[in-house]
Design a protein around this ligand. Structure first.
Ligand code: MV4
Length: 448
C-alpha cells in the first residue's frame, strides 16, 4: 500500500479522499491555493503545501507545482479527485514519469475517452449499444447530410472533444443542418482547439443513466449498478439516485454484464463511469468518465462499499478480492448537491458562513468542507455540500431526504437547499417520472 498520498484537489472531495486514506493508515498531503489557506481540507491533512495563487490555472491546475509538492513531501501516489486534473492524460503520464502512482486509469484510456469519437468506436467494437449516428467523425457538410438522411431528423452535431453538453447543436430538419454543422465546428475549434464533430440521432425525452465500474490491475472488473442523473439544469446535476426509478433488477444485471465484459476486454483499470441515454427501454452509450464522480456516494450507500478505498487498493496493485455476485444492491439512495447559489436565480453567493448545522440520524450522510465562520471563496465550483440519504425503499428515502433537508442549516450565504425541498415535494419526482428536461421546466415555473 502507499506510504503517503497527495490529494490534488480541494473541498469536500479532498476530505472524502483523506477519510479513506486515514482508515487505511496512509498519511495525506493537501495542496492549496493562497485563497484556501483556511480551508478544511488543509486543516485535516497531515501535511499541506501552498501551490499558487487563487486562480485554478495557477494552483490546482499547475502541474509543476503539484509534482514539486509531491517530491518535497515524499508522496508516492496522487489522487486527483474530480474536475481539475482528474481527466488530464498528460498529467497522469507525468505523475508516472516521476515514479509516482496516478490513482486512476491508464493515460491511454483517459485519452481515448476524452475523444468522444474514439470512445464510441471502442465501445461499439466491444458490444455496447450506441445512439444511431455517424460512423466516426463527419468531415464536411455533404457527409453530414448523408448521415442525417440515413438516421432521420432531428439530429445532434457534437464536438469530439466536447462532453458534458459543451459544443452540441441540434438540427430538427434538413434546412437547419448547415447552420448546426458550421456553428458546432466553429465553437469546437474555439473551445477545444479541435474542430472534429460527429452526428447522432437526437433523443427527445431520455433519462441519463450511468453505470459505475471498478477494475483491478489483474483483469477483474465489477459494476456497482447505475445512477439516475436526469435531474440537471444547464448540464449541472442537482440530484442523483441509485438505483434508477426506471430500471428493473433484470435491466441492471443485463447492462451490468455488457459494461463489465467491455471494460475487461479493453484492459481498463481503476474506477470509471459509462454514461447512457435511456429511452423507450433502450440504452445508448454516449460518453465514459475516467474519474471518481461527484455522485459516487449514492452508489456507496446502495452497495455498502467505500469506492475511494477500492480505488486506492487496486491502484496499489491489490486484487479486487470479490466477484460480481457478492455485490448486493440494498434499498435506495438519493443525493442532493447543495451549491452556494440563489435557489431561484442561481446567482453565485460566495461569502461567510455564519452558522452551519448538518443533519444526522440513520441513513443520513453529509459530505462537505464547510464550517461555521468559513468564507466560501468566489474562485471555484459553487458546490458546498452533498446530502446523501439511504433507506430501504425509494419512498422511505424521499421521506428521509425531506426530514434531513428541514434539519440542514447553512446561514450567511444563499444555497439551493430550498430548491431541493421543493423538488422533493413535486409529484413527478415522487413518482420517479422524469426525463432530462423535467428540472429545467420545474425551475422555470414560479415557486409556490
Ligand atoms: C444527447 C441528447 C439527446 N440525444 N444525445 C448532453 C451532455 C452530453 N453528455 C450529452 N448530452 C446529450 N446528448 C443524443 N443523441 C441529450 C443530451 C442532453 C443531456 C444528456 C444528459 C443529461 C442532461 C442533458 C441535458 C440536455 C441534453
Amino acid at each position: 500500500m502507499f506510504q503517503k498520498v497527495l490529494i490534488a484537489n480541494r473541498g469536500e472531495i479532498a476530505l472524502r479522499i483523506q477519510r479513506a486514506c486515514r482508515e487505511l493508515g496512509i498519511p495525506t498531503v493537501a495542496v492549496h491555493s493562497t485563497a484556501d489557506a483556511t480551508a478544511m481540507h488543509v486543516r485535516l491533512a497531515d501535511e499541506s503545501v501552498c501551490i499558487g495563487p487563487p486562480a485554478a490555472r495557477d494552483s490546482y491546475l499547475n502541474i509543476p507545482s503539484i509534482l514539486s509538492a509531491a517530491a518535497i513531501t515524499g508522496a508516492d501516489a496522487i489522487h486527483p479527485g474530480y474536475g481539475f486534473l482528474s481527466e488530464n492524460a498528460k498529467f497522469a503520464e507525468m505523475v508516472e514519469a516521476h515514479g509516482l502512482t496516478f490513482i486512476g486509469p491508464a493515460p491511454a484510456h483517459i485519452r481515448m475517452m476524452g475523444d468522444k469519437i474514439a470512445a464510441k468506436a471502442a465501445m461499439a467494437g466491444l458490444g455496447v449499444p450506441l445512439v444511431p449516428g455517424s460512423d466516426g467523425g463527419v468531415a464536411d457538410l455533404a457527409a453530414a447530410r448523408e448521415v442525417a438522411a440515413r438516421i432521420g431528423y432531428p439530429v445532434l452535431v457534437k464536438a469530439a472533444a466536447g462532453g458534458g453538453g459543451r459544443g452540441m447543436k441540434v438540427a430538427r430538419a434538413p434546412d437547419q443542418l448547415e447552420e448546426a454543422f458550421r456553428t458546432a465546428r466553429a465553437e469546437a475549434a474555439a473551445a477545444f482547439g479541435n474542430d472534429a464533430v460527429y452526428l447522432e440521432k437526437y433523443l427527445d425525452r431520455p433519462r441519463h443513466i450511468e453505470f459505475q465500474i471498478l477494475a483491478d490491475n489483474h483483469g477483474a472488473v465489477v459494476h456497482f449498478g447505475e445512477r439516475d442523473c436526469s435531474l440537471q439544469r444547464r448540464h449541472q446535476k442537482l440530484l442523483e439516485e441509485a438505483g434508477s426509478p426506471a430500471l428493473s433488477a433484470d435491466d441492471r444485471a443485463r447492462m451490468g454484464r455488457t459494461v463489465t465484459a467491455a471494460l475487461a476486454r479493453l484492459g481498463y483499470r481503476n474506477a470509471g463511469t459509462l454514461e447512457f441515454l435511456y429511452q423507450d427501454g433502450q440504452f445508448a452509450f454516449i460518453e465514459m468518465n475516467t474519474r471518481l464522480q461527484v455522485e459516487h456516494p449514492v452508489t456507496e450507500m446502495l452497495c455498502g462499499i467505500d469506492l475511494v478505498r477500492e480505488q486506492l487498493r487496486v491502484a496499489a496493485g491489490e486484487p479486487l478480492g470479490y466477484t460480481q455476485d457478492e455485490i448486493a444492491f440494498t434499498g435506495h439512495a438519493i443525493e442532493c448537491r447543495v451549491t452556494a447559489e440563489h435557489p431561484e436565480t442561481f446567482t453565485p453567493s460566495p461569502g461567510k458562513v455564519t452558522a452551519f448545522h448538518a443533519p444526522g440520524g440513520l441513513g443520513v450522510r453529509v459530505d462537505s468542507a464547510l464550517y461555521a465562520g468559513y468564507v466560501v471563496p468566489p474562485f471555484y465550483d459553487s458546490m458546498v455540500a452533498k446530502l446523501i440519504v439511504h433507506a430501504p425503499t425509494r419512498a422511505d428515502a424521499i421521506a428521509r431526504l425531506r426530514r434531513a433537508l428541514d434539519e440542514f442549516a447553512v446561514l450567511g450565504i444563499e444555497t439551493t437547499l430550498p430548491l431541493h425541498r421543493r423538488i422533493v415535494d413535486a409529484p413527478a419526482f415522487q413518482r420517479g417520472d422524469y426525463t432530462i428536461h423535467w428540472l429545467e421546466d420545474f425551475v422555470q415555473a414560479a415557486p409556490g
